[in-house]
Write a protein that binds this ligand. Sequence first.
Ligand SMILES: Nc1ncnc2c1ncn2[C@@H]1O[C@H](COP(=O)(O)OP(=O)(O)OP(=O)(O)O)[C@@H](O)[C@H]1O
Ligand SMILES: [Mg+2]
Length: 286
Amino acid sequence: MTKTIMVSNQKGGVGKTTTTLELGAIYARKGKRVLVIDLDGQVNLSMYVNAKYDDKNIPTIRDVLLEIKEILKQSELEITNDMEDGEDDIITRSIQTTDEGFDIIAGHRNLSNALAEFSDTTDVFLLKELISCLDDYDYILIDSAPARSPLLNMGYVAADYCLILTEADKASQDGVKQVVTDIKLLKKSKMSNIVILGILLNKNEDLKNQEEAYEDLCVFGKTNGCMPFETIIGKAASATTAKNMYKSIHAYRDTKGINKRSVQGILADFENLAIEIEKRIKKLEK
Ligand SMILES: Nc1ncnc2c1ncn2[C@@H]1O[C@H](COP(=O)(O)OP(=O)(O)OP(=O)(O)O)[C@@H](O)[C@H]1O
Ligand SMILES: [Mg+2]
């Protein structure tokens, strides 16, 4: 069964896109069928994998969600019963393959306008509707934007699991609390069944304040049922260098002339994370 994982924290720059990209690349290399959805108007992830996000012939996630919205509206009025055909067509056209081995539905600049375009109460179910049509994948990973918006709620409603990213600083940790609060509210109103898989500490530098941050996350996790991952992602310049070359760290490692030792640490961190995620899911689904 497809596992849909939302990568989240409305605090900017904590590593959501990096983590989504690396996990996508790792699972694809393991032979898993992976789809990544870029739910961010910054379209960073789409850029990093050379996906087209401004080509009129290739629907983006915004086009797909708007089309589903339209089709559902029509079907409510019983104008057509071709809903599934219509959805299938635009969904198929929106899926792009990447050199990383995973598929992507690209983001769109206008996603930043979500409040205007997806403000109906029922819009919160649009992404869930899309995902219910995508049963060919082992993993669907959703990269989210650094802002609370209808899109973020759509993600929490659509996904099975949430992975919350944070750095050691207080603002990022406050973002973690906001995510947990938002999810609790959606679950209370029975709109979401999402389970917080864990909190991931990123850009670790082995400093004392980072240890304290991890301890704080453990305390918070215990009372809120969302323990931090044992895996911590170290800070490494290659995380940025790879993306500047439009590659995941794995693909960057395989590039000719690269000092492979310089990426070993961070690659191992992300690989450990991928394993820990699988273990946590397995335990939850036992
Ligand atoms: N482990 C890491 N070590 C060093 N740099 C990192 C690491 N993880 C991410 N970065 C860098 O931090 C910056 C922000 O990362 P990223 O874009 O993944 O964050 P984000 O949460 O998606 O940001 P936004 O909220 O703007 O979408 C990027 O330059 C990225 O390369
Ligand atoms: Mg991002």
